[in-house]
Design a protein around this ligand. Structure first.
Ligand SMILES: [Fe+2]
Length: 368
């Protein structure tokens, strides 16, 4: 007889609170299988997820990393319609009649558990594992546990001891008065899976580093979500769009087609997605080449784009560590690396990259 932990949710988008909740549960209990089950259409929410099911599923994998026994199941997508936990539990019960089922939920979900569809049946069939999402809510959770145990026959309720991480997908979607939700929808609809995963990693990494370098975390998150917003379109599209918007492309720009998306991204973000913040527009406008006199947000997005956790090129760990200690030093190392690899591959070196590197080199020399 095995122990199966079920962790469901919309994960729109996944965040460090989800990862922390899962890892805490795994420290407290041993499980034979850990089933991550993204909702297809969440029953308790009145809007459809911003990110597509496929993107959410892949990003969860990136966020949670290697966890023994972890599987990401698409059974709620296969079933279609609204995703009720009781239906998922019935399926898993049929498939695993001998095993004990555990359901991991955050304290916010636990406090409203009595309102869940078929809450009584769920409590009879599985053991709830509850992690705290808000500081100081332990007393409230104890009281809720008692109330549920008095009201229903319960198989078991485990309250995990954990340091709460205050983070919610709804807060992330609300960043920039809902601009993040619009950016996420664009990512889900337009970017291919690989680009979408990379974008989510850049946004999360930039948000995490932001406070260390004096940048507003929400701005960093939004700039990260937007930085590759036009990378999904062809070179012909980039040139046509630039012409339509009256943006002049230099001979150097046209010699580096891989950087054209940084030129079109600010106009697209402003006109198609409604972004007005000039600092964000400036940062996404130099994220591939860099430029002299980069503002902290420019540098952060430039650095995060090449050093987000899923990047694996030789030397990235050293650059990542240097940048996490000191963003300017790390960015200089990165610029050196970018230039060296372009030269090695006999590719065109955009003058903005050279200028960015020389400017930063001088600045760091002058600062001793
Ligand atoms: Fe990127």
């Amino acid at each position: 007889m095995g122990k199966i932990l079920i962790f469901g949710g919309t994960f729109d988008p996944p965040h460090k609170g989800h990862r922390h909740l899962l890892r805490t549960a795994l420290q407290q209990e041993q499980f034979d299988r850990v089933l991550i089950i993204p909702s297809y259409i969440p029953p308790h929410k009145d809007h459809k997820p911003a990110l597509s099911f496929e993107v959410r599923k892949e990003v969860i994998r990136d966020f949670f990393g290697e966890i023994p026994g972890m599987e990401i199941l698409d059974l709620e997508q296969k079933r279609g319609g609204r995703s009720y936990t009781i239906d998922t539990v019935k399926t898993l019960r049929e498939e695993n009649p001998e095993d004990t089922l555990y359901l991991l939920i955050g304290s916010d979900m636990f406090l409203s558990f009595h309102q869940w569809y078929c809450a009584d049946q769920l409590l009879r069939q599985l053991i709830l594992v509850v992690g705290s999402r808000e500081p100081g809510d332990r007393t409230l959770l104890e009281a809720c546990k008692k109330r549920l145990e008095q009201a229903y026959p319960c198989k078991g309720i485990i309250l995990c001891d954990m340091e709460p991480v205050v983070c919610a997908s709804s807060d992330l979607r609300a960043v920039g008065n809902g601009l993040a939700e619009r950016a996420l929808a664009h990512i889900g609809q337009e970017l291919d899976l690989k680009r979408a995963r990379h974008t989510m990693q850049v946004a999360d990494y930039a948000r995490e580093l932001a406070p260390k370098v004096g940048v507003d975390a929400e701005k960093a998150y939004l700039a990260g979500l937007l930085h590759d917003c036009t990378k999904c379109y062809s070179n012909d599209w980039q040139i046509r769009f630039a012409r339509e918007k009256g943006i002049s492309l230099t001979a150097d720009d046209l010699s580096s087609p891989q950087i054209l998306h940084q030129i079109t991204a600010p106009a697209f973000a402003r006109d198609a997605l409604g972004v007005e913040d000039e600092e964000i527009l400036a940062a996404i406008g130099c994220h591939t080449t860099g430029k002299p006199e980069m503002a902290p947000l420019d540098m952060l997005i430039f650095f995060a784009d090449s050093c987000e956790p899923s990047r694996t090129y030789p030397g990235v760990e050293e650059i990542r560590k240097a940048g996490e200690r000191d963003l300017k030093n790390g960015t200089l190392m990165l610029l050196d690396h970018v230039m060296a690899s372009l030269i090695n591959r006999k590719q065109f070196l955009h003058p903005k990259t050279v200028a960015a590197r020389n400017y930063l080199l001088k600045e760091l020399e002058n600062n001793g």
